[in-house]
Write a protein that binds this ligand. Structure first.
Ligand code: FAD
Length: 404
């Protein structure tokens, strides 16, 4: 198969960029494909958010996958007339997860993206003068004039050294597929100090499980995972003027409120702790011992926590996403990377004239919000903005086919 545009990754970023390319840059749907191993687009987003038990997004209503900023609000209005109240939660009008997901589905349908989804995984990628050649896990090959890497970080869950990887009693919330069911009322130890850990602990508690919540640090209260100043020029201007990419990496690390929770999650968490439904330990895990009917976790404060199951909510590995095939692409094409291993991009998010990136991989250009929905919107604007500019300056070319 030969296409003009190939998007690798059908998550939040891949879907939004596909919508922008078709809806704004005029790319014909038949010239575009999205490769993603999920059985539908956004499968990993849906499963990971469902696992957490979250009811609302952390981000505001203008952060969604459609093109026009008020699209989600308008969509909610039409649904409300069909008897669905309370679609948004204060502060900042954060959408209900069910509403957000229904709106994502509307975007997927509006641009016919399901028909463009190839359920597969990219395993290799090579570039020649004219095309990007991609091999898929089944052995099939694809060629594209342009590819967009939107692979996210979900396939790299952070796994502490003490946690065995091959024992069903220990799992990570962001592992794919359904988790082995929890025995009713069995004790679960949730490890992690951020929003996901708190939400999962609350969900399990609501389902009747006694829960131990093990965090290394005190509860950190932040409405968002970085200051909203990073959404606009207030902080981004200085970030983009910073030529030293190591310094940009430091700015990103400092800006992120890692392991933080917003007030509307802290409130029920505190309540559950007061009621003894969740026991919170502020301590590091030193060792895990497998027992006949569960596990024993030895903590740095000398306590031992016994539980039937351990659920890791320890976030994502900070290594550059992508693994072997991205390493090989960097090597074969001499693609520039910073000290931290992440791509060095131009302002249109090009890593190579035929390779654009979005999401986690675009952090050094998009700043601390790169991984979020706001980052997807910003990536879409940058990529399509450059295509439209190229059309303006070359009136004989169409945006759909313009290779840079
Ligand atoms: C539980 C949770 C809640 C969140 N809530 C919010 C929120 O409220 N607001 C907000 O702004 N952000 C939120 N985020 C952060 C962010 O928006 C999401 O993580 C989002 O899913 C990132 O989008 P993405 O497309 O980069 O990655 P993903 O959605 O993870 O999609 C990447 C896709 O690429 C696929 N892929 C990877 N490698 C390959 C390959 N080689 N070939 C083909 N496909 C591949 C993956 O399987 C995956 O399907 C949340 C994240 C999580 C985990």
């Amino acid at each position: 198969m030969n296409v003009e545009w190939l998007i690798v990754g059908g998550g939040i970023h891949g879907v939004h960029i596909a919508a922008r390319l078709i809806g704004e840059a005029g790319v014909a749907p038949q010239d575009l494909r999205i490769v993603d191993p999920g059985d539908r687009l956004l499968a990993r987003w849906r499963s990971s958010t469902a696992t957490t038990g979250m009811t609302h997004l952390r981000s505001p209503a203008v952060h969604h996958l459609d093109l026009e900023p008020w699209s989600l609000k308008r969509f909610a209005g039409t649904r409300r007339r069909r008897r669905r109240p309370k679609s948004f939660a204060p502060p900042y009008d954060r959408p209900k997860l069910t509403l957000f997901n229904a709106h994502c589905e509307r975007v997927v349908n509006a641009y016919g993206l399901s028909e463009l989804h190839l359920q597969n995984r990219v395993t290799d990628c090579a570039i020649d003068d004219h095309r990007v050649g991609v091999r898929l896990s089944g052995g099939d090959r694809l060629e594209a004039a342009n590819i967009v890497l939107a692979i996210g970080a979900i396939e790299q869950p952070a796994w502490p050294d003490w946690a065995p990887r091959d024992d069903a009693r220990v799992s990570h919330v962001f592992e794919p597929g359904p988790h082995a069911p929890f025995e009713p009322e069995s004790t679960v130890a949730v490890v992690g100090g951020g929003m996901t850990a708190a939400q999962v602990a609350l969900r399990l508690s609501r389902e009747g499980h006694p829960v131990h919540l093990l965090s290394r640090h005190p509860l950190r209260l932040h409405q968002f995972d970085s200051d909203p100043g990073w959404l606009g020029p207030r902080f981004m201007k200085a970030f983009l003027e910073e030529p030293d990419l190591d310094r940009r990496r430091e700015l990103i690390t400092d800006a992120r409120h890692r392991g933080s929770i917003p007030p509307d999650v802290r409130r029920p968490l505190r309540q559950a702790i007061v009621e003894g439904k969740i026991v919170r330990h502020e301590s590091d895990v030193r060792q895990l011992d497998l027992k006949q009917d569960g596990v024993a976790l030895s903590l740095s404060d000398d306590h031992v926590v016994e539980a039937r199951r351990v659920l890791l909510a320890t976030g994502f590995d900070s290594r550059r996403p992508g693994g072997r095939w991205i390493d090989e692409l960097i090597e074969s094409e001499s693609l520039p990377v910073a000290q931290c291993g992440y791509p060095v991009l131009d302002s249109a998010l090009r890593w190579h004239p035929r390779v654009r990136v979005s999401g986690a991989l675009a952090e050094l250009e998009l700043g601390p919000v790169a991984r979020n929905i706001a980052g997807a919107r910003r990536a879409g604007e940058r990529i399509v903005g450059q295509l439209l500019e190229a059309v303006d300056t070359h009136p004989m070319r169409s945006a759909a086919t313009s290779a840079p």
